[in-house]
Ligand binder design. Structure first.
Ligand code: FAD
Length: 310
């Protein structure tokens, strides 16, 4: 099954494939398995539902790779609007927003890095004002240096800004050395992008070993590890490592994506762990959705059956 991951990720960047998938009549109902909705109201309703189940949230306004400054500004506005509505409904305290820097300008030519930093500051300020926090998602390996630099700048004023780090990248152990200080919030994920062997481990065994190595660094450090995985083995090992390191349950957390292993999310929360669910919402779902298909080709079958069998 792993062999299908790269072709699916490669195929998904074709505009012809994008056109077919986004126009398929049944797509929306299938997409909803991973995305609670396209509007702010859908997202807010989902936050309330998660809280009812004892789960925390991190919200992602879908979009990435924008090459238009006005689109980047519109994304910032969507986050500001979301944060103010969360506040109005008393749902902001303890919530997180997850931002892809390429959605707020990082990929723009020339001044992309500076624009993304300014935009991220606007979102971080709004989040702090209502008792929420900002998390920077990590995108493909070409963006890592810029994203880490923006993180360092943001943490000057917003020290609990979190960052996603991808275990699959060769550079990760070295990057983590700078991210294990007190208060440093790090979401460890395996990595969802189609990366070449020059920069990333290939194949599930090598990535899993790298993930365990990175968990050890985080759990033995002074920061706040956030275990972003649905993998039962990684979750079990995280629990053991936390115990070995003498950590209380409030000194780390688990994170999973909306719609994936929902029972496990609730089981972990009932056992006294903090569990945060990643809630993506919005109209620009294509990139997020195809990464979910690539992670588990069985999802592709489910999707194809829904389209063909209608
Ligand atoms: C909260 C969160 C935030 C993330 N943020 C980022 C980010 O910023 N950058 C980035 O590159 N990646 C991100 N990811 C994605 C991550 O890199 C992996 O691609 C993804 O989590 C799958 O890896 P896994 O650890 O769950 O293990 P896997 O070995 O892929 O999966 C383990 C098990 O989980 C279940 N599962 C996993 N994925 C799916 C799926 N799509 N559909 C159905 N079941 C599934 C299956 O039961 C599978 O056997 C994030 C993941 C999470 C949970």
């Amino acid at each position: 099954m792993y062999l299908l991951r790269k072709p699916i990720l490669a195929l998904s960047s074709s505009t012809a494939v994008r056109d077919v998938l986004t126009k398929a009549p049944l797509t929306r109902s299938v997409v909803n398995r991973f995305i609670p909705g396209s509007t702010r109201s859908d997202a807010i309703a989902c936050v309330a539902d998660m809280h009812g189940k004892g789960l925390q949230v991190t919200l992602d306004h879908l979009g990435e790779d924008t090459l238009d400054e006005a689109d980047a500004t519109a994304t910032v506005d969507a986050y500001l609007d979301l944060l103010s509505e969360l506040d109005r409904r008393n749902l902001a305290e303890g919530a997180e927003v997850s931002v892809k820097l390429s959605a707020v300008g990082q990929a723009l030519p020339n001044k992309g890095h500076a624009i993304a930093l300014d935009n991220a500051k606007l979102i971080a300020t709004a989040a702090y004002t209502v008792g929420a926090r900002l998390n920077l998602d990590m995108e493909d390996h070409t963006t890592v240096d810029s994203t880490l630099e923006i993180l360092r700048d943001l943490r000057v004023d917003f020290p609990d800004t979190a960052i996603a780090i991808q275990a699959m990248l060769h550079r990760t152990d070295a990057d983590l050395a700078d991210l294990v200080h007190e208060g440093s919030r790090v979401r460890l994920v395996k990595g969802a992008y189609n990366e070449p062997a020059t920069v990333a481990y290939q194949g599930p065994e090598a990535v899993d070993l790298a993930y365990v190595r990175a968990m050890k660094i985080l759990m033995n450090g002074k920061g706040y590890p956030m275990i972003g995985s649905h993998d039962p083995r990684m979750i079990e090992i995280a629990g053991h490592l936390a115990k070995q390191a003498g950590r209380d349950k409030d000194s780390y957390e688990y994170q999973m994506l909306f719609g994936i292993r929902t029972d496990e999310q609730i089981r972990l929360a009932k056992a006294g762990n903090t569990v945060r669910v990643y809630l993506p919402y919005g109209a620009d779902w294509y990139g997020y959705f195809t990464r979910r298909l690539a992670e588990r080709p069985a999802n592709l079958l489910f999707f194809a059956r829904a389209v063909v069998g209608r």
